[in-house]
Design a protein around this ligand. Structure first.
Ligand SMILES: [Zn+2]
Ligand SMILES: [Zn+2]
Length: 135
């Protein structure tokens, strides 16, 4: 927690948001997080949730996912990892495969940027959507 205090004072609302987000691996949207934190902070507004999520992700405390189009999703796991998104229902899950460290080096060879990292998002059809298609 010490490193957080230096960059940003965590208000109770932000603290709760961060805690709730870190409990799940479902990459919730702001609306879903709003429903989650309301159990603990009944008076919080959706606008406050949006604002605090933006702030927390700007500070690198949480991660805003670069998912195609649609609603923004948030991740409490800020470490590098890959995602898969369901084309039908839009859910996003983590994919636990080794990172392609070599990609950064290859990219660095091809442009004069300092490479900070890369994002990979797979797309597919989730198990639930596959199951409902068979019925
Ligand atoms: Zn699905
Ligand atoms: Zn994730």
């Amino acid at each position: 927690m010490e490193e957080l205090d230096k960059r940003m004072r965590l208000t109770n609302q932000r603290q709760v948001l961060m805690e709730e987000l870190r409990k799940v691996t479902t990459h919730p949207t702001a609306g879903e997080l709003y429903d989650m934190v309301r159990q603990r902070l009944p008076r919080i507004g959706l606008g406050t949730v949006y604002r605090n999520l933006e702030l927390l992700s700007e500070c690198g405390i949480i991660k805003k996912l670069e998912t195609g189009g649609e609603q923004k999703r948030f991740d409490g796991n800020t470490g590098p990892h890959y995602h898969i998104r369901c084309n039908k229902c839009g859910r996003v899950d983590d994919i636990h495969i080794p990172l392609f460290e070599d990609l950064d080096a290859q990219a660095a060879d091809c442009c004069n940027y300092t490479i900070l990292g890369h994002h990979i998002e797979f797309s597919g059809i989730c198990a639930d959507c596959n199951a409902s298609r068979e019925h």
